[in-house]
Design a protein around this ligand. Structure first.
Ligand code: AMP
Ligand code: ZN
Length: 462
């Protein structure tokens, strides 16, 4: 069975054919590290993770790069002109009284912690935009040499009028840019679609982050970093490029233009765009107070993996609506699954070829995870021997990433067994406070005790 992916460039479901089957190259646009990453962002990174895992499951070697934007992402992006406004990193530095690199370090650390908690496999490399300034400058020089750039009072711009296929990915035109913008286009731009490659530092103030360049002191335009890092790390043509659907219209279109103008080669063979996560059927935003983070999720006693299970409940190309009730339903389903797994007494068995076939049919069909999860439940309800179920579920978990292994065939340590026996004695004698204390000690050791008629059962705590 071959993997099929919906390619945003051709707008078709296509069989995935890597350039080099020995090493697949893949890139995801990562976060701008000026604030906590939201559960919306993590939805897109989970799409990257599922694809990464699926390729590895199919025994491919994958070189997977994710960038970290630590310079040059301006606030004008929200108004429809990414070249205006303030630099988000510099703003955060101002706000928090730290340097821009301290801000970046702090939020990168937090982001990567969340990454691990959601069981997102570490990419081959996380690349920071500020560590690829030389590559970005080189790219602008190449574009300049080929006549694709011009200078305005605030920077060096890419002339989209010179790039024949501009708009190929998203259909972006001067008209659509003007319609989408909430600000007047910069009158110095030759076309509304033109974008900054290099911005000059303001004359009257010093930036936290600025570099010398042939055009004077300044910093790179936001779109530039992805082309520079992608090509530096993965070559001139990359197999797969991923991002949220909001990036397709402008950011990715510009990545294509500035890369292909230099190389004359196709930049990306398969573009994948993840649909957005909404909250209560509306936009998620800081101003509405609903731009939830992983810490918000944990503060309500949900596990990060409840969120991962929730993400899996929708196809990546469908909008997913977050509500606390919906997360609660995912939490219950996952706990039920863990409960069932930890209740299996026979754990040795064979991987079921029938169910593997069904599971693969789902994941290879453009990463249809809701269907894959349905196969998990079908397997659990089937009359296969317990050991086969366990082994097949662990096999599936290479892609699902839900830690099934941790809930299977565990042994209760003697110390926990002893505590449980002591607690039973206390309960028999009505010494409830001591029984309660021991229950907490059992929980601290990673187990929960369930009282049954005439006894108790020890289970792993999750
Ligand atoms: P940013 O930090 O804004 O550059 O976004 C980082 C990544 O998260 C990009 O791929 C965005 O498309 C994606 N993203 C932002 N908001 C959402 C959302 N609500 N749902 C899904 N993905 C999102
Ligand atoms: Zn990007």
């Amino acid at each position: 069975m071959q993997l099929k992916l919906h390619n945003s460039l051709t707008k078709k479901l296509q069989e995935f054919i890597p350039q080099n089957p020995d090493l697949i190259t893949m890139y995801t646009c990562g976060p701008t590290v000026y604030n906590y990453v939201t559960i919306g962002n993590y939805r897109t990174y989970t799409l990257g993770d599922i694809l990464y895992r699926t390729l590895r499951y199919k025994k491919y070697d994958v070189r997977y790069i994710m960038n970290l934007t630590d310079v040059g992402h301006l606030t004008g992006d929200n108004e429809g002109d990414a070249d205006t406004g303030e630099d988000r990193l510099e703003m955060a530095a101002e706000r928090e009284g730290k340097s821009a690199s301290e801000i970046a370090d702090f939020y990168i650390k937090d982001f990567q912690k969340g990454f691990r908690e959601l069981n997102l496999l570490k990419p081959t490399k996380f690349t920071r935009a500020t560590e690829y300034i030389a590559e970005q400058v080189k790219l602008v020089k190449e574009l300049e040499k080929r006549g694709y750039t011009y200078r305005t009072s605030d920077g060096i711009y890419f002339n989209t009028g010179k790039f024949e296929n501009y708009g190929e990915l998203s259909g972006l035109t001067e008209e659509t840019v003007k319609e989408g913008a909430r600000v007047e286009p910069n009158p110095e731009k030759k076309h509304a679609t033109d974008f900054a490659l290099w911005k000059f530092s303001p004359k009257d103030s010093k930036r936290w982050q600025e570099w010398n360049s042939p055009w004077g002191k300044g910093f790179p335009g936001w779109h530039l970093e992805c082309s520079a890092m992608c090509m530096a790390e993965l070559g001139e043509t990359v197999d797969i490029h991923i991002g949220g659907e909001d990036l397709k219209m402008i950011h990715h279109q510009n990545e294509i233009a500035q890369s292909e103008a230099v190389t004359g080669k196709k930049f990306v063979n398969y573009w994948l765009h993840g649909a957005f996560l909404k909250v209560d059927n509306g936009k998620m935003s800081k101003s509405l107070g609903n731009a939830y983070t992983l810490d918000d999720i944990k503060a309500k006693d949900f596990k990060p993996l409840d969120l991962r299970y929730f993400y899996l409940s929708a196809h990546y190309r469908s909008t997913l609506n977050f509500t606390w009730e919906a997360l609660g339903a995912s939490h219950s389903a996952l706990d039920r699954l863990y409960n069932i797994l930890s209740g299996y007494t026979e754990t040795d068995g064979d991987i079921s070829a029938d169910y593997v076939y069904k599971f693969e049919a789902a994941i290879l069909d453009d990463l249809n995870m809701p269907k894959a999860v349905a196969v998990v439940w079908e397997l659990i309800k089937s009359d296969l021997p317990e050991g086969d179920k366990v082994q097949t579920l662990i096999h599936f978990d290479q892609v699902l990433g839900l830690d099934f292994q941790d809930y299977v065939g565990y042994e209760v340590p003697q110390e926990v067994e002893d505590l449980a026996k002591t607690r039973a004695e206390y309960r028999k004698n009505g010494i409830w406070d001591k029984a309660d204390l021991i229950r907490r000690q059992i929980e601290e050791r990673g187990f929960v005790i369930e009282d049954l008629a005439g006894g108790y059962k020890l289970k792993k705590r999750f």
